[in-house]
Write a new protein. Structure first.
Length: 270
């Protein structure tokens, strides 16, 4: 579990445009939070002082009425209440929530790090880093949505990956899937799927099947996998080579989503 704590005290005497950007990004994160993430507030927003006796709420009401009157009230309703006072002292939060993978403050900070979040982009990269640090064959299915933005792992492939345990083969597969996801997110926004970009820019050893395989019914059938309930079974000819392991994938060009369909031994070639 990753916990996020709304920290209005960090907004004191801060430029209101920066505050607005920070709260807008928090609201975006709330709308897209996953099951292993919880957002908390301690009911101090409306009484937090901004400067010289003026409350933060009053200050934002002057410059960003929609934020103070609509967005923030809606956002606070979606958060969980904590009776613990949210402060810059993370020791208190770590003591109260000792089982969390990370306890993070959300507010305006000079610099963002693992426990201090100000923007949606850093929120996404930070939760990936946290999840990557704890992932293993036991919890992958539970936290895969934190790890990958545009990768989906088919049910059978998930079992095959988890059966690898948490050793070197598991790590190789995870690194490869992370590289695929980076390509999806950073480069595959338009056009068709390009294996050359994966080979050149992401150092992924990937290839298509030969014409012989694609013309031989028995070999084709071996590469026909159910990738999801939505799009059913597909021929998955693209495969990533990881030593003795092969990972067959299906890039869905309509969704710009890549499905991992099979992870295991080399399939027959003849």
């Amino acid at each position: 579990m990753i916990n996020y704590f709304f920290f209005p005290a960090s907004f004191r005497e801060t430029n209101t445009t920066l505050i607005k950007n920070c709260i807008d990004d928090l609201n975006k994160a709330l709308l897209k939070n996953e099951r292993n993430e919880t957002f908390y507030d301690d009911n101090t927003f409306y009484i937090t002082e901004y400067s010289n006796g003026q409350t933060l709420y009053a200050k934002l009401s002057q410059s960003h009425k929609d934020l103070s009157n609509r967005i923030i009230p809606s956002m606070l309703r979606r958060m969980k209440h904590t009776t613990t006072n949210i402060s810059s002292d993370l020791t208190i939060l770590n003591t109260t929530y000792p089982d969390a993978w990370a306890n993070c403050l959300w507010g305006c900070f000079v610099a963002e790090d693992r426990n201090h979040i100000s923007s949606y982009d850093f929120f996404c990269s930070n939760r990936r880093a946290i999840a990557k640090g704890i992932v293993n064959g036991t919890n992958l299915s539970d936290i895969s949505s934190l790890l990958f933005d545009r990768i989906r792992i088919a049910r059978d492939a998930m079992e095959q990956i988890c059966d690898l345990g948490s050793g070197g083969d598991f790590k190789k597969v995870m690194d490869a899937i992370c590289s695929l996801d980076s390509y999806n997110t950073n480069m595959w926004n338009t056009g068709s799927f390009q294996i050359r970009a994966l080979q050149k820019d992401y150092n992924v050893t990937i290839s298509d099947e030969s014409d012989t395989v694609k013309r031989t019914p028995r070999l084709m059938e071996q590469r026909y996998f159910k990738v999801s309930e939505k799009i059913g079974s597909q021929y998955c000819f693209y495969h990533v080579k990881l030593g003795d392991i092969r990972m067959h994938i299906y890039p869905n060009e309509e969704e710009r989503i890549m499905y991992v369909a099979y992870v295991g031994a080399h399939l027959d070639l003849k």
